[in-house]
Design a protein around this ligand. Structure first.
Ligand code: NDP
Length: 331
């Protein structure tokens, strides 16, 4: 049974030297547990933070232990009445081909809601992040202008579409022309900016003639620097992520304070787990919109257990459109 372990904590950009594939015997489920075959593994930007041992909202990965995260798996042996062999479940599970888990830590996936992979994307953590960040922190009003960075990613692509559902003018920022076309043509944004080829400050000014009322920030850094000067009075900034800084070893800004003062803007960070009590509500909205065809989603699926590290590293190089997953096995 193969496992992927963290063997060295990265400083700066993570690479293969920080991870190792390790063989161990197949685990055996105890009473109240199930044996699981991993089908899909989610790789997420927040995992970079867990590779370091600084203080955070989630505990660091242990050295010489498997990393873990969102996984879809099939029950292959059950020592618990709630699960049968063949059930497809999701939970936070180790990066292993097979693993055991306590039954209460797992959720059965309802296949009538859509392909099972949506439980790690639009109907999972990234979808809920988009929904609660935009609606609860952003408090959007129809007609306002929303700028979304990381707009072609798992969270950003959902934010763009919810923004349109709620009647906002939406401007997305992403790193390739393929992504900006996706953001306007498939997701329905009014404008999209390629931050790698355009002068982002000028482009934001042109794309937002009435200024920016809401900024859903997934990336921080120089893109945030370009958006802040356009903030309208009482703008709301939803600080969801700052991926441009996760691999930095020194602070590079952004310098936002003056702009917050000038615009009387409100900035709030959050983690999706803050909304745990309301997940059902978010889930109901997302699945309704998905069913009605008001939401669409994209997945980038890398094949093979051994390619989990590369799929993870790819997040920092912009290799994914929509949710990045790794397919490990067929059910
Ligand atoms: P994505 O699917 O958006 O994947 C990451 C994307 O980030 C890449 O495809 C790339 O797109 C972009 N990116 C990478 N490096 C940079 C950079 N230096 N500057 C600008 N863009 C960059 O990931 P998620 O949707 O899962 O996550 C998006 C953000 O939301 C992350 O910051 C993440 O940490 C955060 N997050 C926060 C949560 C919370 O609870 N607060 C929960 C989930 C996610 P491109 O080609 O456009 O550069």
């Amino acid at each position: 049974n193969r496992e992927i372990h963290l063997v060295k904590r990265p400083e700066g950009t993570p690479g293969h030297e920080h991870l190792a594939v390790v063989e161990n015997p197949l685990p055996e489920p105890q009473a109240g547990e199930v044996l699981l075959k991993t089908l899909y593994v989610s790789v997420d930007p927040y995992m970079r933070g867990r590779m370091s041992d600084g203080k955070s909202y989630v505990a660091p990965f242990e050295l010489n232990e498997p990393l873990d995260g969102g996984v879809i798996a099939e029950v292959t042996e059950s020592q618990d009445d709630h699960f049968n062999v063949g059930d497809i479940v999701t939970g936070v599970l180790p990066w292993q081909e097979y693993s055991t888990a306590k039954a209460e830590s797992l959720r059965k996936i309802d296949p009538s809601l859509g392909p099972v992979t949506t439980s790690l994307g639009i109907l999972g953590m990234p979808g809920l992040t988009a929904y609660f960040g935009l609606t609860d922190i952003g408090k959007p009003k129809a007609g306002e202008t929303l700028v979304v960075s990381g707009a072609a990613g798992a969270v950003g692509s959902t934010v763009v579409q919810i923004g349109k559902i709620l009647g906002l003018r939406v401007v997305g920022i992403a790193g390739t022309d393929e992504k900006t076309s996706y953001v306007t043509e498939k997701l329905g944004a009014d404008k999209a900016i390629n931050y790698k080829t355009e002068d982002v400050r000028k482009a934001v000014k042109t794309a937002c003639p009435d200024g920016v009322d809401l900024y859903f920030d997934n990336v921080g850094g120089s893109i945030a620097d370009a958006v802040y000067p356009r903030l309208n009075k009482f703008a709301r900034i939803i600080q969801c992520g700052a991926i441009s800084s996760y691999n930095l070893t020194e602070d590079k800004g952004p310098r936002i304070q003056t702009y917050l003062i000038k615009s009387s803007a409100l900035i709030q960070g959050f983690i999706v787990a803050d909304y745990q009590e309301r997940f059902k509500e978010g889930f109901q909205h997302l699945s309704k919109w998905l069913k009605e065809g008001q939401l669409t989603y994209e997945e980038t699926i890398t094949e093979g257990f051994d390619n989990i590290p590369d799929a993870f590293f790819g997040l920092f190089k912009g290799e994914n459109i929509g949710k990045q997953l790794v397919k490990v096995a067929e059910p």
